[in-house]
Ligand binder design. Structure first.
Ligand SMILES: [Zn+2]
Length: 737
């Protein structure tokens, strides 16, 4: 859970996904498809647009059904490409809307599935610039484009003739004759329009579009402010200030300082990958506080990058927008098409777990306080504060479980972990990964990126490619995420999936193994779960690749469980120097410590998840964001030693777009499914490699993506709904009586 909350994003795009286009940070909607624009007047032969002149819109060439030309990305083409791609897509939709024939599934719904091809290609590049290769120059373009994307989106949902056709198909008797996945596709298309205000008219309609436009700009500004505060603060330290910090951290910090013209010093950057280890190991309490304050003040410094006013405005606009559609609050609108269905049900789940988490935090703090007091003169004693939590938790971990994170790290090599993931993918999915040769004709956007071919082992059939961009660098956003450049579809012949994983591991010294923390190893498996979810897809229509927010993290969270299976431990968790497998005693220690610090991990997550729901169910008319956060935390009884994992002014999941807005609870929702599904494996005769359960897992919970309602898919897998007590057991919390 911690790991997944740290690295929550799966990003897949499709042209017609409205706000997905302007939310660079969070989006989990749908991948690309292969449309051909239909003719202007009705006929059966599609007219093919001439090849667009802009290189970012050009058809993908080369092997594997064509691959993105990442080696020919030119930023100066970006803005013109965006305009042209939107124009093309709108023209395609206009053609569908103006079709003289009566609307049918094929000439309306499937035709829409085929539209927006150039924009999909554009978006593969745009996503790279926004997440992997960002520059101030790009961010300027992004800010200029945001309102234009929004305008384009509004034009689609406000296309009355188009919506009328969808509505007619949706209400037709012919619908009942279609396959279940086709019926679901029609419903999803219809709902998307209805939920985006397609039914509005007159002034309300105009106002809706205005709101969308303003929101799009605010989302971009919000994200850029956080990024600016991550890049704008670097703490340079001298060697004698690094007490307690492991060599690996020092080496990374030295390189980070050198690259910023501070050779001989050590840089603590204002990102999670730098801050978390610093807070875990640095002995200097004053420096810990300084680093902690800087990090948790991102977007909250009262300067030109302050996000508080932006947040208030976002909340007000969201409330106004859903009021136009007749909803009482934003969360009600947001959750309607989620598994949870209502904010009340989501809140109920969170509040089932919150008291147990808070009680556990109090126990954890007691343990830490004892340890901190021991051997400290009475006059110099202090109360454990938020910036002490990671540090003393690690000390307690050592004392109570004799578990040293740095010792564990010696067995976690990036390359071996990747091999372990491939083994798991082979065992569960029957996939085989083969590295591509340098001359395979598959371009990459940076020298660090590597690509593998993915085959179905039994048939030898190629399924797609897996791109991996593992290392941190300036201009790459923090965290880890998965992204598809192209999703699975069969509407114009079967496509090969182009999936990617992106992380921010610290590059080791040349020739040295890259060692990662247990959390990072878990995250690596997590993101790979997203990639496998894309690669396993068997859906026919692009829209059905889309995700349901409180469900899409389930597949990836489940994958995390294989990191600590015997097969992985024995063969892949081997010491980076000796090659010896992790000793049984260390394995036992990790097992014993599995529920250690779950109070902290659960509470920091829940504080954010609850805040998200409170923010989106409260009347925001006169909201003072700063005060609201403070007062709500107090009302919730949040322990003072806990800080929200993402404080409101830096909560990109919910404010740099709408991907997770009123939806951050979804991680826990998905984690209930995860814990419950993991028990299905654990209880089976074959354990985590049980062939039959693996088969059911892939066929019911991975391959159908969104072609089956998640609730039904889960019942088909488990024979019943998921049970929250599995999650409580998993975290070592007592079951409520
Ligand atoms: Zn995820």
């Amino acid at each position: 859970m911690v790991q997944s909350a740290a690295s929550p994003m799966q990003k897949t795009f499709h042209a017609s996904m409205l706000l997905a286009l302007v939310t660079a940070l969070v989006a989990c909607d749908r991948p690309t498809n292969d449309p051909r624009p239909p003719p202007v007047t009705s006929s059966t032969t599609p007219a093919i647009d001439p090849q667009p002149a802009n290189p970012l819109l050009a058809e993908w060439e080369g092997p594997y059904g064509g691959v993105p030309a990442f080696d020919r990305m030119v930023l100066s083409s970006l803005e013109a490409a965006a305009a042209e791609a939107m124009r093309l897509h709108l023209a395609e939709l206009e053609t569908i809307a103006g079709d003289a024939r009566p609307p049918t599934f094929d000439n309306t719904i499937v035709a829409m599935e085929r539209s927006g091809m150039a924009l999909d290609r554009f978006h593969a590049y745009y996503g790279i610039w926004s997440s992997n290769l960002s520059t101030p120059e790009f961010r300027e373009i992004q800010t200029r484009l945001a309102p234009r994307f929004s305008e384009y989106s509004s034009k689609i949902t406000q296309n009355e003739r188009l919506f009328a056709r969808i509505k007619e198909v949706h209400e037709s008797d012919a619908l009942k004759e279609l396959r279940p996945d086709q019926q679901r596709l029609v419903r999803l298309r219809y709902d998307r329009f209805a939920r985006q205000g397609a039914m509005l008219a007159g002034e309300a309609k105009a106002r809706y579009a205005e709101i969308q436009m303003e929101l799009a700009e605010l989302y971009t500004r919000f994200g850029n402010n956080v990024l600016a505060d991550e890049e704008g603060y670097v703490l340079f330290l001298k060697e004698d200030q690094l007490g307690g910090l492991p060599e690996s951290f020092k080496a990374t910090a030295a390189r980070a300082a050198a690259s910023r013209d501070h050779k001989g010093e050590f840089a603590v950057t204002n990102t999670r990958s730098s801050v978390d280890p610093f807070l875990t190991y640095a002995d200097d309490r004053g420096l810990r506080e300084k680093v902690w304050r800087t990090y948790y003040s991102r977007g909250d410094n009262g300067d030109e990058h302050d996000n508080n006013a932006i947040i208030a405005r976002i909340l007000q606009l969201r409330a106004e927008r859903v009021a136009l559609l007749g909803y009482a609050n934003y969360a009600q609108w947001r959750l309607e098409d989620r598994m949870a269905k209502t904010p009340e049900r989501a809140m109920e789940l969170l509040m089932t777990v919150w008291p147990a988490a808070v009680a556990r935090v109090k126990e954890e703090v007691r343990d830490m306080q004892k340890l901190a007091d021991k051997g400290t003169k009475r006059s110099q004693r202090f109360k454990i504060a938020a910036w002490d939590y990671r540090y003393y938790a690690d000390k307690v971990r050592l004392a109570k479980y004799d578990l040293d994170s740095d010792e564990v790290k010696q067995y976690l090599q990036l390359d071996k972990l990747r091999e372990a993931m491939f083994m798991v993918a082979g065992e569960l999915f029957g996939f085989e990964f083969t590295p591509l040769a340098a001359d395979a004709g598959v371009p990459v956007f940076h020298g660090d990126v590597r690509v593998w071919e993915v085959k179905e082992r039994s048939s030898g059939k190629v399924i797609g490619l897996w791109y991996l961009d593992p290392f941190a660098r300036p201009g790459k956003r923090s965290g880890a995420w998965a992204n598809s450049y192209r999703g699975h579809t069969t509407i114009d012949g079967e496509t090969l999936v182009l999936a990617s994983n992106n992380s921010n591991f610290m590059k080791g010294a040349p020739g040295e193994a890259v060692l990662v923390s247990w959390d990072d190893a878990t995250t690596f498996f997590h993101e790979f779960g997203h990639a496998l979810h894309s690669l396993a897809s068997n859906v026919d229509y692009p829209t059905l690749n889309g995700g349901v927010r409180d469900y899409t993290e389930f597949q990836s969270q489940l994958l995390e469980r294989w990191l600590f299976t015997d097969k992985v431990i024995e063969r892949y968790l081997v010491h980076h120097r000796t090659g010896a497998p992790m000793p049984a005693a260390l394995v036992a220690k990790i097992e014993r410590a599995a529920t250690f610090n779950q109070g902290f991990a659960t509470a920091e997550y829940l504080a954010s998840a609850l805040m998200d729901l409170y923010l989106h169910t409260t009347d925001p008319t006169a909201i003072d964001v700063d005060a609201f956060e403070r007062e709500t935390l107090t009302k919730m009884g949040t322990p003072p030693e806990i800080v929200m994992r993402h404080r409101t002014p830096q909560f990109g999941h919910i404010f740099s777009g709408e991907g997770y807005s009123a939806g951050y609870y979804g991680y826990m929702w998905a984690d209930v499914l995860t814990a419950d599904a993991a028990e299905a494996f654990a209880e089976s005769s074959g354990g985590f490699y049980d062939k039959e359960i693996a088969k059911a897992l892939v066929s019911h919970l991975f391959a159908p993506r969104n072609s089956v309602a998640p609730v039904e898919a889960y019942r088909a897998f488990r024979g019943r709904d998921a049970d929250v007590s599995a999650l409580l057991r998993d975290r070592g919390f007592p079951l409520p009586r």
